[in-house]
Design a protein around this ligand. Structure first.
Ligand code: 0X9
Ligand code: ZN
Length: 408
């Protein structure tokens, strides 16, 4: 009985910590004129609203989460500006509750195994990587390359054992709430290591993959706040740095914030975060990286440098051509349409991102894949859709591999 009482106390404490999104609505607003697009930008800059996506292209809808207290005035200003909107999600908390229940109902995977019918916790992912290292010692190396702010080990997996081969680098989960990103990295790892049909992919090329680059944030989205994006380093007033503003190329430029509490806080200096610092050191040990891919969500975009400002790379045509191949391969699976292009022009400028740093340092072909959102739910892609997203994305990765392997 005592144990039960204790359990109840612990459970209440854990549940009390969950950030609650009761009554929060997500609006879909489509800017139809430059004036309307600029107005949306000013709303975003006010920091009062949570923009789930940021594209400012005319005719592209933007999803904006608004807390109950601001909903009436938000709708009023949209009406004053003659902007059309619809309500995408009526109660965000209901969606998250449904997701939490589905996660609880999901069959638990055996330690060391992986599945694509639910999102996995950090421990399960770690155990899977270790299991692969044990099972495939000839072709697989798993190592720790650093420790997160909260003390979690950060793991990489290297697939392919010829040190003379070039290395394709990929990472996932730098943004905590983008759960489909680590899931996709795990599927890529599974195919490369466990599917013998694809053994040839690691004969002439090595793969270095970090499936959870922000383990603290990832765990925090499972335990406390589903919408958490940043790391969990402690600031003086707020927690966390946007890891994708913290890399050491054009640090502090456009699309980054100096405000600790902002979702795009860049940190005190480049590589202030143990996660990005250790990752950059790991990448610097490689000598030939023909291709880098960062996995994010959402929006179905293939983005490439430069992203720090409105600047085209010298090899823009090649980046576009490889991006188009990735998008076409994905399209051919089940008709998912990606839009391909320069990150700043297509989405928005954001300095200090991993794609630009990789491009400027080591990887001539560098991409950010924004995986699809889940219908109306955005980051909250239902677990039932993991399998189709990871499978179509795999075809995109194969297309990029095939380009690189022919070139090198
Ligand atoms: O803002 C980001 O970091 C990425 N989008 S997300 O919605 N996943 O947060 C896009 C980064 C694209 N790359 C650059 N702008 N350099
Ligand atoms: Zn992201």
């Amino acid at each position: 009985m005592k144990v039960l009482a204790l359990l109840a106390v612990v459970l209440t404490a854990v549940l009390a910590e969950q950030v609650n999104y009761d009554g929060y609505k997500v609006y879909k607003v489509t800017p139809r004129s430059q004036d309307q697009a600029d107005f949306l930008k000013s709303l975003e800059d006010s920091g009062e609203f949570d923009f789930w996506d940021h594209t400012r292209l005319l005719e592209y809808p933007v999803s904006i989460m608004v807390k109950p207290a601001l909903q009436a005035s938000f709708e009023n200003v949209l009406n004053l500006k003659y902007m059309h909107y619809s309500i995408l999600i009526d109660d965000v908390e209901r969606v998250f509750k449904f997701e939490r229940e589905a996660q609880l109902r999901a069959p638990k995977v055996e330690k060391g195994r992986i599945s694509f019918t639910e999102y996995h916790r950090y421990d399960v992912i770690q155990a899977y990587l270790e299991n692969l290292a044990e099972q495939y010692p000839d072709n697989v190396e798993v190592g720790t390359f650093g420790t997160s702010s909260e003390g979690r080990s950060m793991s990489y997996i290297k697939i392919g054992n010829n040190p003379g081969n070039p290395t394709i680098v990929m990472d996932a989960g730098i943004h905590a709430r983008e759960w489909i990103s680590p899931a996709t990295a795990l599927y890529i790892i599974e195919q490369l290591v466990e599917n013998q049909d694809y053994a040839y992919l690691s004969e002439n090329i090595n793969w270095l993959i970090v499936p959870v680059l922000n383990p603290d944030g990832y765990e925090y989205t499972h335990t406390n706040d589903r919408m958490w994006r940043k790391t969990r380093s402690r600031g003086s007033t707020c927690y966390g740095v946007d890891g994708n503003r913290n890399f050491g190329f054009q640090f502090g430029g456009l699309g980054t914030s100096s405000n600790e509490c902002s979702e795009t806080y860049r940190g005190k200096n480049a590589f202030s975060e143990p996660e990005t610092a250790a990752y950059s050191e790991l990448v610097k040990t490689l000598n030939d990286v023909p291709l880098y891919i960062a996995l994010h969500s959402y929006g179905s975009w293939v983005l490439f440098p430069w992203g720090y400002d409105y600047v085209y790379a010298d090899d823009n045509d090649e980046l576009q051509a490889v991006g188009d191949r990735i998008a076409n391969a994905i399209y051919n699976v089940g008709g998912t349409r990606y839009t391909v292009g320069n990150a700043a022009y297509l989405l928005y400028p954001a300095a200090g991102a991993s794609d630009d740093w990789m491009k400027s340092t080591i990887a001539p072909l560098s991409f950010t894949l924004e995986l699809p959102g889940g219908g109306s739910q955005g980051f909250d892609l239902p677990a039932s859709q993991i399998s189709s997203v990871v499978k179509e994305t795999w075809q995109g990765i194969l297309a990029a591999y095939s380009y690189v392997s022919k070139k090198y």
